[in-house]
Design a protein around this ligand. Structure first.
Ligand code: NAP
Length: 283
């Protein structure tokens, strides 16, 4: 079978970068994967696990011979790193990323890269509250969706090639405007994370309190890495604030129904909420 790419470089061998490297190698989709990590011990671990063919702590060295670079670092590192690496990449090469917010990244990288280096924004909707290479899993993307977020100037052939890389790994590749992506993800992912963090802070954990399952379920994602999520909240500020305002309105309505002892209003709202949640599990 022909390889999708000869030389792919993945920068950041954490949960997403490490999982992608392992999935690409295991499925033999690319000839050669180079991993870039700040840590020599992560590189050794990735080599031992067969996730990468080569490893380096020097991203510029890896960039010079890459056909495709995938940036899998925290969101606020992606734009400066992309600009730096693009200058070292060969003509005809492609840069993509896996960052959880898209409008700021795509906006910043839609111009100013050297001619011959194309950028395609990406976001696999897969992951967990865990982090680092130890948490990486070659099956992480199975059954999930990967969103690619081109804009007007995005090179269409580069978009097709990046879509082709994700197709065998996920259930669906969806093409979406970067601003729409950010609005959808603000409501579906960023707001729930923010609420989980606030619930975990507000929760009482007085000595010996056995937290019920419901509390653990609701706050699981508050175990996510704050160093990753501060970037996500701040780089999607407008869409997140709009989603937060909608949530606060709904919470106020529930609060009012409870304060007034208005059972009918309370039940109506809870029923509507339950129906929406049930619908998510209807095939
Ligand atoms: P992670 O497990 O913490 O991995 C991020 C990796 O980036 C680190 O392991 C580190 O790799 C590298 N890194 C961290 N700080 C860096 C810096 N200042 N400069 C250069 N490299 C740095 O996090 P992750 O969950 O894989 O997230 C990576 C990206 O995927 C983020 O942009 C996130 O928004 C996105 N994403 C996350 C999820 C999720 O559920 N976690 C889902 C979809 C997309 P080395 O130690 O190897 O250098």
């Amino acid at each position: 079978m022909a390889f999708l790419f000869d030389r792919v470089t993945i920068v950041g061998l954490g949960l997403i970068g490490g999982s992608l490297a392992q999935a690409l190698k295991r499925r033999r989709l690319v000839r050669e994967v180079t991993g870039v990590s700040r840590s020599a011990s992560t590189i050794r671990q990735a080599l031992r696990r067969g996730a990468i063919d080569h490893g380096t702590t020097d991203p510029l060295r890896a960039a010079a011979r890459a056909e495709l670079i995938v940036l899998a670092t925290p969101v606020d590192v992606i734009v400066p790193l992309a600009r730096r690496l693009a200058r070292a990449m060969p003509p005809g090469s492609i840069l993509t990323d896996v960052g959880s917010t898209k409008a700021a990244i795509v906006g910043a990288l839609s111009s100013g890269l050297p001619p011959g280096v194309a950028f395609v924004g990406g976001h696999p909707i897969a992951g967990s509250q865990r982090r680092g290479f130890e948490a990486a899993d070659p099956r992480l993307f199975e059954g999930t969706t990967c969103i690619l977020t081109p804009e007007r100037r995005t090179d269409r052939q580069a978009l097709r090639r990046v879509a082709g890389l994700w197709h065998p790994l996920v259930d669906r590749v969806v093409i979406m405007d970067p601003r729409l992506h950010d609005r959808v993800l603000a409501a579906a992912s960023h707001l729930p994370h923010l609420i989980a963090y606030s619930l975990a802070r507000a929760g009482r954990s007085a000595g010996g309190w056995a937290a019920p399952r419901s509390y653990l379920d609701m706050t699981r994602i508050a175990q996510s890495d704050p160093e990753l999520w501060d970037d996500i909240f701040l780089s999607n500020r407008a869409a997140l604030l709009a989603a937060l305002a909608r949530f606060e309105r709904e919470l106020r309505r529930l609060r009012r129904a409870i304060a007034r002892g208005d059972r009918a209003a309370l039940v109506r709202r809870l029923r509507q909420a339950k129906a929406r949640r049930d619908a998510l599990e209807t095939p």
